[in-house]
Design a binder for this molecule. Sequence first.
Ligand code: ADP
Ligand code: MG
Length: 608
Amino acid sequence: MPIELLRPEVSSKIAAGEVIEHPASAVKELVENALDAGARRIRIELRGGGIDYIRVTDDGGGIPPEQVELAFQRFATSKLTDAEDLESVSTLGFRGEALPSIAAISRVEMRTRTPDSDAGFRIEIKDGETLESGPVGAPVGTSIIVRRLFDNFPARRKFLRAPNSEQTRLQTLISLYALAYPEIVFELSAERGRPFASPGSGSLRDAAAAVYGRQIAESMIRVSTGSDSPDTRSNESDEEPSLHGLITPPTVNRANRRNINLFVNGRLIQNQSLVYAVVQSYHGFMAERRYPVAALNIRMPLREVDVNAHPAKTEVRFRHENRAFGIVQRAVRAALIEHSPVPEVGHRSISPTPSTSASSGSGTRSTAAFWPTTPFSSNTRGQQQATQSAGRFDSLIEPSQTPPEARASTDTNTTPRQALPILRVLGQVQNTYVIAEGPDGVFMIDQHAAHERVMFERVMAPSADGAPEAQNLLDTALVELDDAHMELALARMEVISGMGFVLEQFGDNAIMLRAIPALLTDSDPARALVDVLDMMQDGGEFESWEERAAYSIACHGAIRAGKVMSMDEMRELVRQLERCAQPNTCPHGRPTMIHMSAGRLEREFGRS
Ligand code: ADP
Ligand code: MG
C-alpha cells in the first residue's frame, strides 16, 4: 500500500480509542469536566451499563453559547494556553481531547448555560458531525447525554464487557470520586441496581460510609500530615506535600489490593509503587497477603507531578518518586502506630461487618485485639491460641481417630492411588515450611500452598448426596457488602450456594448468611464471605466460576504462612496432601513442595 494520510473519520477514531476504552472512561472524562467547571453536585444516569445511554449533569459554570461547538474540536481547551502551563496543571483536564473523542464514537447531546447568559445552548452531534444546535431553556450548568457508545466502532465494541460488568466498573469509579471529593455530591443511578449517592458533607468519613458502609467507615483510621486544609483541590504550587485520608485498622482487611485508592491532587491515579508503600506500612501489623482498605489523597506541589504521562491521565510521574513513596509510607505507618493498642487479652476486636461477633459462636475472637482473626493466624497469644488452632485443625481431619503414625503404616498398604510417598515429618522451618523425610531424600513443603491444595480438592469433590457440606450458623449473620461484591454475590448466587454458603439478599446492600461451607467452620462467617467474593473478583487463571469459588474458599480457609504448627498438625497436613489427586502443586500451579533427592544430597556433600 502507498503511504497516505488517514481520513479524519479514521484518525479521529484512533485518537478516540486511546482516550475512551469503555463507558467508564467516558464517564470519567465527563465527571472530570464537571469537577473542573466547579460543580458541587454531579449526577450520572445510565442505561445498558452506559453502553446505551449515559447522562452526566452538573451545576458548574457551563460553556458560553458561542464556544460550545469549539469545545468539541480536538485540542480545544479552556484550561491551558502555553506549553509552560503543562508544568503545573491544576485542572483534571488539559488535553482538549475528551469531548471530541466521545463525539466521534457516539451520539452526543449537550445542554449548557453559564450564570451570566439568559438562555442555554443545545447541540446534537453524531459521529463527530453537528446535526443541530441553537438556544434552549436550561438551568445553569451542563448536561451531556452520550448514546450508543462505539456503535460505529465495532473493533472496540467487541471488547466491552456485559452491561452488568460495565455498570459495576462505573459504580466503582464513581465511588472513588466520592472518596476523592467528599465535598461534592455524586449521584449514580441506573435502570437496575441500587442508586448511589454521596452526601457531599465535606467529611471523608461520611463519603467512606456511603461507599464501604458505616461499620467499616467508623473503624477507619485517619491519616493526616502537612497543612490541614481539607479541600481536595487546594494545591498551591509552593505548598509542602501532604497526605490526608482514611485507612482501615489491620483487623479490617481484604484479600486483594483493589481497595487501596490513591489520588494525587484530586486525580485518581494508578501507581503500583505507592500502593506498595501503603502495603509495606502494614508490615508486621497485618497477616501476609492481606490488604487494607484505604483512600488517600496526596497533595504535591504541581511542579513535582507530571500529569501528561498517559492519554487517559490515570498515571502520573513524580519528579521525586522516592519522596512520594516516603510521604505515603511514613504517614500510614505513623497513623498505624499511633492507633495501635497494646495487644492484651480481652480487648474487643473490630469486625469488618455487622453481627459477626454474635454469630461466631466461639467467643475466641475477643483475644484477637489488634490482630486479624484469620484461621490459624500467626500470633503468639500463648497456650489458649495454640490449643484452639489444634482444635480447628482437627475439624479438617477425617473422622478416623487412629494416631497418625499408626495410620501412616496402614496407608502404605491400603491407599493404591497414592501419588506421594509416605513422608515422615521432621519439623517446621520459618513457621512456613514443613520438612519431611521420604524414601528418597528430603521434602520441603509450603504449608499454605499444601493446605490450599487439600482444601481445593475437598471443595471440588462431589459429596455423597450431591449437597455441599455446610455448617449452619447458630445466629444468622448480616453482611454488609459494597456494590461490586453485592453484584457478584447476586450474579453468582448459584455457584456460591453450591459451595455451601446459604445466603439470601437482605435489602440492597446486605446479605443474610445462614450457613457457610463446612471447611470454613472456624472462620468469621462474614469475613469468609467477603474474602471469598474478593478472591472470586480477582479470578486469576481459573476458567469456571466454580473453580474460582472453590479456590477462594481454599485460600481463605488454608493455614497461613507464619503459623506455628504442632507435629500432629504437620503430620495430618502431610497425610491429607498424600491423598490429593494432584499433590504437587497448589490450585494456582505453584509447587507445594520441593524435593531434594538422596542422590542430590550425596553429590552436594561429595559422597558420590
Ligand atoms: P479538556 O477537559 O481537556 O479541556 P474536553 O474535551 O474535556 O477537554 O473539554 C473541552 C472544553 O469544554 C473544556 O476545556 C471546557 O472549557 C469545556 N467543558 C467541557 N465540559 C464542561 C462542563 N461540564 N462544564 C463546563 N465546561 C465544560
Ligand atoms: Mg476534559
